[in-house]
Write a protein that binds this ligand. Structure first.
Ligand SMILES: [Zn+2]
Length: 187
């Protein structure tokens, strides 16, 4: 059973509302799927992290030589005005990382970037055997950079270009959605 399109709301800034095939309740909005660190940082054993990792909510340096920034990867939801943003990290070359940090508290100049980066988290539901190159577009008003995957046949790049079906997105997000039946089972 697919979600019912009748349940989608149309206006801007309204959360996506849909009838859930999993628990038959109406859900408002989609859960965030965001990574706290790049996968390179998660790969470091916890006891080694204090020595090898410098990180904040938005910046991360691994072993003093690999540089990452927190970004969003937007994917439009087909047949709607909505886009879903995965919260991911992207690897930058050191000069771009330094420049990003310099600009962090101000609006970027109009001609800044895009920087070239590499997606640094394995997004659930997608194959990550090959590095995914991306343009990194800085944003005004303190918003995180938006990633634009370079054109390829990779499913994530195709979805970003052409949109993803809501049903497919819900399958990816299923483990993160709080379904009503999880609460109704034992009251
Ligand atoms: Zn549900």
């Amino acid at each position: 059973m697919e979600p019912s399109w009748d349940d989608l709301t149309a206006p801007d800034d309204e959360p996506l509302v849909y009838r859930c095939a999993e628990c038959d309740a109406e859900h408002r909005g989609l859960p965030d799927l965001a990574f706290r660190l790049p996968d390179d940082a998660f790969a470091i054993p916890e006891d080694e992290r204090p020595a090898r990792l410098r990180s904040s909510n938005d910046l991360c340096i691994v072993d003093g030589e690999r540089h990452f920034v927190r970004a969003v990867l937007p994917v439009p939801v087909r047949e709607t005005d909505y886009e879903y943003c995965f919260g991911v990290w992207v690897a930058l070359e050191e000069p771009d990382f330094v420049r990003y940090r310099e600009l962090f508290d101000e609006d970027p100049p109009d001609d800044e970037g895009p920087y070239v980066g590499s997606l640094s988290n394995a997004v659930p539901g997608y194959d990550h055997d090959v590095p995914l190159a991306t343009n990194v577009h800085l944003q005004p008003d303190g918003k995180r950079p938006r990633l634009e995957l370079k054109p390829s046949g990779h499913a994530l790049a195709v979805h970003q270009r052409q949109g993803i079906d809501l049903g497919e997105l819900l399958r990816i997000l299923k483990p993160y959605i709080e379904h009503a039946d999880r609460y109704s089972a034992d009251g």
